[in-house]
Design a binder for this molecule. Structure first.
Ligand code: DAH
Length: 337
């Protein structure tokens, strides 16, 4: 009997050592500690023991049972602990993880910034189609079919009379056709030109067009509006100049330069050492344009302007290559956010 007790003790030790799951633990209990387990069996056999040994064997059996119970409790505790360690520790005081949210594309943001300045000056916003007819893109803007100025804008033709608009100026015409003056509106949108793609030009780009038509609009209105815009957009101390230029739909026409804010007029690569940056084309609406939309050029005057968005964004954010704006490399876009 005593031999058997020590044999079962070793068995208990070995089995306990191999417990690694709830199932093992249960099996241990069933084998040794349950009502029909090995220890209970030994207790049942106490009857066979001669009376003078009973006391001794009984003590040994009690010790064996306590030993098995202790081991059971110990292994159970260890199992619970190790399972706890497997569940990740939650620190509720940690700040939450920021969810990656996108941001407005540089082009949309530049348009929005320009719009907000003009909206504060009383301009409304209008849009027009990207697929245009020759009539709106050229004819009504005073580009007759044999006019050499058509060559200024390399056009993607879809069909004889259908093209991808080369500028936002046709929206001026659509607006004047659909409304009575006074008109004060800006017209943002995408344009296309059949150009060789390079650091400075692309086949797609955006413009913001502006138009103000009323009975007494003057060149002074044009200047003060555009100067107010430039000071707001590029900074209070921005210097400016208007250079005479030519556009078929304005007379007189001009281009507006601002002092180069990168080198402050000292000369750099971006301003090509001139100290000046060209930011837009503008002028007084040509009487022929008024005639084309059925307005009376004797009664009405107006000014118009157009600026390139990518160019504006490139100047403002010092972006060296227009392609970076359209390639949509997330690493680039993130920096422009
Ligand atoms: N449409 C011209 C271009 O794409 C820009 C422009 C110049 C627009 C003068 C105007 C303007 O409204 O008055 O080059």
């Amino acid at each position: 009997m005593l031999e058997e007790i020590s044999k079962i003790k070793r068995e208990i030790e070995n089995t306990a050592r191999n417990i690694s799951s709830r199932e093992d633990l249960d099996a241990f209990r069933v084998t040794f500690l349950a009502r029909k387990g090995k220890i209970a069996n030994l207790f049942a056999r106490l009857r066979e023991i001669p009376p003078e040994q009973k006391r001794d064997v009984g003590q040994q059996l009690n010790a064996l049972r306590s030993f098995a119970e202790e081991l059971f409790k110990e292994r159970e505790k260890q199992l619970v602990e190790s399972q706890k360690r497997k569940t990740p520790f939650l620190d509720y005081t940690l700040p939450g993880r920021e969810l990656p949210i996108g941001h407005t594309h540089i082009v949309s943001r530049t348009i929005a910034d320009i719009q907000s300045i003009f909206v504060r000056m009383g301009f409304s916003i209008a849009t027009g189609p990207e697929l245009e007819s020759d009539y709106y893109n050229f004819e009504t803007l005073n580009f007759p079919s044999d006019h050499p100025a058509r060559d200024m804008q390399d056009t993607f033709f879809i069909k004889d009379d259908v093209l991808l608009r080369t500028h936002t100026s046709p929206v001026q015409i659509r607006l004047m056709e659909s409304r009575k003056p006074p008109i004060r509106a800006i017209m943002p949108g995408r344009c296309y030109r059949n150009e060789v793609i390079s650091a400075r030009s692309h086949v797609q780009f955006h413009q913001v067009e502006g138009l103000s038509v009323d009975t007494h609009v003057t060149f002074t209105d044009l200047k003060s509006t555009l100067v107010a815009f430039a000071r707001e957009f590029y900074g209070k101390s921005t210097a400016y100049r208007f250079r005479p230029s030519y556009f078929p739909f304005t007379e007189p026409s001009a281009e507006m330069d601002i002092s180069c804010f990168l080198c402050h007029g000292n000369g750099c690569r971006v301003c090509k050492n001139t100290g000046w940056l060209e930011i837009l084309g503008c002028g007084m609406v040509d009487p022929n344009v008024f005639k084309a939309v059925g307005y009376d050029p004797e009664e009405l005057t107006g000014f118009a302007f157009g600026m390139g968005i990518e160019r504006t964004a490139m100047l403002r954010h010092n972006i060296p290559d227009i392609r970076l704006i359209f390639e949509n490399d997330a690493r680039m876009l993130r920096q422009l956010g």
